[in-house]
Write a protein that binds this ligand. Structure first.
Ligand SMILES: C[S@@+](CC[C@H](N)C(=O)[O-])C[C@H]1O[C@@H](n2cnc3c(N)ncnc32)[C@H](O)[C@@H]1O
Ligand SMILES: Nc1nc2[nH]cc(C(=O)O)c2c(=O)[nH]1
Ligand code: SF4
Ligand SMILES: [Mg+2]
Length: 211
């Protein structure tokens, strides 16, 4: 039996966040995370408490259990043609499942492959774009990449931006934490004004009302 990947959902939209914001992309969302079960009753005790995403199961749009070949076919089926095909692997924590053979198969199909990761798992080196979003109190093993996208604020001292500012990333973003009843954008703006190494990343898909 070939190995299978558990996919929550797969859809075509614009990347809403970070340096690639505005770019058309297929999102491949892997099921499961190592920092939260995904169940609301466990959120208060999770390592990562502010997650905005449902990553349980395989019941989303185009979700399912897929072989490597089926994953590539699914991703290809979402791309409209033209431009540089681009896939963003996210989750949950994609690097619990995404491996070098699947990355290479998507690249052979013409895709540039990006990953959104919490930085707790090693990154296969052939990936084209690495976005790391560290979480307070989770071990950070990925200390370089294309972009650091830190959700701000995280109250814990271990997630202050200063802790990450000297790491080997090309771009440094603060992304205001989306938290019901709070507006964290002014604090993130203020931090960026005082520390020009950092830029703001707004979740523009939420502003636009798209996936
Ligand atoms: C849902 S995560 C999946 C990928 C990976 N597990 C991670 O944390 O990077 C995708 C992105 O959304 C960010 N994110 C999650 N919840 C958020 C929230 N409430 N407000 C702002 N960004 C959030 C994460 O930090 C990460 O950059
Ligand atoms: N449009 C859009 N952009 C995104 N960038 C990162 C996302 C994610 O959930 O990983 C995301 C997402 O869910 N939608
Ligand atoms: S690490 Fe990522 S997917 Fe996991 S709970 Fe946190 S934000 Fe959500
Ligand atoms: Mg999202």
């Amino acid at each position: 039996m070939p190995r299978s990947y558990k996919i929550k959902e797969c859809f075509y939209t614009l990347q809403g966040e970070g340096a690639q914001s505005g770019r058309a992309a297929v999102f491949l969302r892997f099921t499961g995370c190592n920092l939260w079960s995904g169940r609301e009753e466990d959120r208060h005790a999770a390592v990562c408490k502010f997650c905005d995403t449902d990553f349980i199961g395989t019941d989303g749009t185009n979700g399912g259990r897929y072989t490597q070949e089926q994953c590539v076919q699914l991703v290809q089926s979402q791309w409209p043609g033209g431009g540089q095909p681009y896939v963003v692997c996210t989750g949950g924590e994609p690097l619990l499942q995404l491996d070098a053979p699947l990355i290479e198969a998507m690249q052979e199909a013409g895709f540039e492959v990006a990953v959104e990761t919490n930085g707790t798992q090693p990154v296969p080196e052939q990936i084209d774009w690495v976005c790391v979003s560290p979480k307070a109190d989770a071990p950070l093993v990925v200390t370089g990449g294309d972009e650091m996208k830190l959700v701000y604020p995280q109250s814990e001292a271990s997630a202050q931006p200063e802790r990450f500012a000297a790491l080997a990333f090309r771009h440094f973003f603060l992304q205001p934490k989306d938290e019901p009843g709070h507006n964290h954008t002014p604090a993130a703006v203020d931090y960026c004004l005082r520390h020009p190494q950092w830029r703001i990343s707004l979740q523009t898909h939420k502003i636009m009302g798209i996936e």
